[in-house]
Write a protein that binds this ligand. Structure first.
Ligand SMILES: NC(=O)c1ccc[n+]([C@@H]2O[C@H](COP(=O)([O-])OP(=O)(O)OC[C@H]3O[C@@H](n4cnc5c(N)ncnc54)[C@H](O)[C@@H]3O)[C@@H](O)[C@H]2O)c1
Length: 351
């Protein structure tokens, strides 16, 4: 088991990574409400058990309010805890409910997907979908404890595992050269879900993300933006495919395009693109739009891109890799970005 903690603004976030860490729930004082997806059979039982629809449907704001209703009915108070057991969708909606219930109920995240462990469960962003808008309503609210129990990954399909690995690779490329080296030497063990390899990969990813979040929790200092590497083009690809391309695969191809832009504009050292391609290839992740096996409408993708939240007037702030494990924020004129994105998306984005 690997254990560490990080102070984020005003709260201490404790993390435990390993097989069987779920047992730590017993040490939590007060009553526990466990929120989990219907499809996930659970050994842990709380004083109150709430099940959610799987996937994005479960993230509707009505579910957050229904959780609040059930907490009120059961007489929960601020000394009690909400335990979110599930993928990113469950943690997003449960975290939001915890943040608004009596201005904040102790939150424990127990991610059950790799993406949840290395990304969604960390950093304090909660969100629900409102109408047709994804993550339109949300809060920043840190969990006090994150339990990454590797036994959940036993049942996770390889496809879901690889989608989470795209985010792990992101940390390696822009923040963590040691992780890059580990990934390139241990891809077989990781894809086989070897316990030690996964423990190492997950704990490094969590540390990398928490370190960034602790410096810039609310995305106001231009540091947290590094976590968006691959996401400007990735989101454009998702939109251009009418959301048929899964997020992890879209950002995989997005990282290739953005690394190419960084190299072309002279911010990345020569060879960075090859290093990006090599690692994605090792984990059988798509390195081009062609490999996504989905129709991506370029114009639709580009028009979604110019509406990006990170746009400031006619410029957009992009986190570019400079060399493996390093990055810098660069303001790019929208026109330049559009031109380069079009080039990358139109010719299939291949090497
Ligand atoms: N808050 C954040 O910072 C943040 C960051 C990244 C993503 N997200 C959000 O996370 C969501 C995506 O998360 P996700 O990829 O975990 O998706 P998810 O929660 O939809 O889970 C993916 C699928 O895996 C299944 N599953 C979960 N655990 C399993 C297990 N142990 N074994 C077998 N199947 C299992 C689920 O039932 C679901 O069908 C999106 O809504 C996204 O917006 C949030």
């Amino acid at each position: 088991m690997i254990e560490f903690s990080e102070k984020v603004c005003c709260s201490e976030v404790k993390v435990k990574v390993g097989r069987g860490v779920l047992g730590e729930l017993d040490s939590i004082k007060g009553r526990k409400c466990v929120v989990h997806p219907k499809s996930l059979p659970l050994e842990v039982k709380g004083d109150l058990d709430i099940t959610l629809e799987d996937g994005e449907r479960g993230k509707d704001i009505s579910n957050a309010l229904s959780i609040v209703d059930k907490l009120l009915d059961a007489g929960f108070t601020r000394g009690d805890s909400l335990v979110a057991v599930g993928g990113g969708t469950v943690m997003d909606v449960a975290g939001f409910s915890a943040s608004i219930f009596m201005r904040g109920l102790n939150l424990v995240n127990v991610p059950t997907t790799l993406l949840g462990m290395v990304d969604a469960g960390i950093g304090g962003k909660t969100g629900v979908n409102y109408g047709n808008a994804k993550n339109m309503i949300g809060t920043f609210y840190q969990p006090s404890l994150i339990l990454d129990d590797l036994s959940f990954l036993d049942t996770l399909p390889e496809e879901e595992l690889r989608r989470g690995l795209a985010e792990v690779i992101k940390y390696a490329l822009v923040l963590d050269k040691e992780l890059y080296d580990f990934l390139s030497l241990n891809s077989g063990a990781i894809l086989r879900k070897d316990n030690d390899a996964l423990e190492r990969v997950i704990s490094s990813s969590v540390k990398d993300k928490l370190a960034v979040v602790s410096e810039d929790e609310r995305e106001t200092k231009g540091i947290r933006i590094v976590l968006n590497f691959g996401h400007t083009i990735g989101h454009a690809i998702e939109a251009g495919s009418n959301f048929q391309v899964p997020h992890g695969l879209a950002i995989s191809a997005g990282m290739v395009c953005e690394a190419k832009m960084a190299e072309e504009l002279g911010y990345a050292e020569e060879g960075v693109v090859e290093d990006v391609l090599w690692l994605l290839h090792l984990f059988r992740l798509p390195i081009s739009v062609e490999q996504l096996n989905s129709r991506v409408e370029v114009e639709k993708a580009l028009s979604a891109m110019v509406k990006d939240k990170k746009r400031r007037g006619e410029e957009i702030l992009m986190p570019f890799p400079t060399r493996i494990g390093n990055w810098r924020a660069v303001k790019i004129p929208l026109e330049t970005l559009e031109g380069l994105a079009k080039q990358c998306l139109s010719n299939g984005g291949g090497p």
